[in-house]
Ligand binder design. Structure first.
Ligand SMILES: CC(C)(COP(=O)(O)OP(=O)(O)OC[C@H]1O[C@@H](n2cnc3c(N)ncnc32)[C@H](O)[C@@H]1OP(=O)(O)O)[C@@H](O)C(=O)NCCC(=O)NCCS
Length: 181
């Protein structure tokens, strides 16, 4: 398996992997296209056109029979933490045929290392604490980071990085395309 930054020619493969991964997720966003493609697949395309897109943090995993098939993808984009840019992670997708082999974990570790090296202070996400605590995510409210929706509770999580300062805490808002879902 190889993890690298997304290239323009990966867009279709990323869309396909995201659609396949979220097809089986019960709580996935409702289909927003006539062909029933999961909303997360369309969200990635919208994010690419948004000012919050961070090219260094859209990563693909290559593997499969050819060794160069895109089998996983993760992206973090800039939202706002009070008045500063801050990273929101998602979607994270691994093709169902390749799940359970460490690809999702590798994508996550790579993204966190890259974000840390870029001087980003924090990464937030909405997800199951049982899955993300192993990567150092904790409930965001414990750090004073407020979710866009308070009903998310402990599922809104944050992973602080080297540049984190307690005074950065405040209200988080995702990049605008998340609100179109
Ligand atoms: C979540 C996902 C990206 C994990 O990818 P993966 O390549 O299978 O992950 P890994 O092989 O690195 O496994 C990581 C661990 O997380 C666990 N795990 C996977 N999905 C999980 C979930 N939804 N909740 C809790 N744990 C989960 C795995 O069992 C594994 O645990 P283990 O190491 O103790 O066996 C993949 O299952 C996926 O694409 N799911 C559908 C889309 C989704 O839910 N994305 C995340 C929300 S944005």
């Amino acid at each position: 398996m190889l993890i690298r930054q997304e290239r323009p020619s990966d867009a279709q493969a990323v869309r396909a992997v995201t659609a396949a991964a979220f097809e089986r997720v019960a709580h996935a966003a409702p289909p927003i296209e006539a062909d029933g493609v999961p909303g997360e697949a369309t969200l990635v395309g919208w994010l690419r056109d948004d000012p919050g897109w961070v090219p260094e943090l859209s990563l693909v995993a290559e593997s499969g029979a050819s060794g160069t098939e895109v089998v996983g993808h993760v992206v973090a984009t800039h939202g706002q933490l009070t008045d500063r840019p801050a990273l929101g992670l998602g979607p994270l997708s691994v093709d169902p045929a390749h799940q359970g082999r460490g690809i999702g974990s590798a994508l996550m570790h790579t993204l966190l290392g890259a974000a840390d090296a870029m001087g980003e202070p924090v990464v937030v996400l909405l997800g199951d604490p049982a899955l993300y605590s192993r990567f150092g995510f904790v409930p965001a409210h414990g750090l004073g980071i407020e979710a866009p929706d308070p009903a998310w509770g402990d599922y809104f999580q944050a992973r602080t990085l080297s540049a984190w300062r307690a005074e950065y805490a405040g209200q988080f808002r995702y990049a605008a395309p998340f609100n179109r879902l």
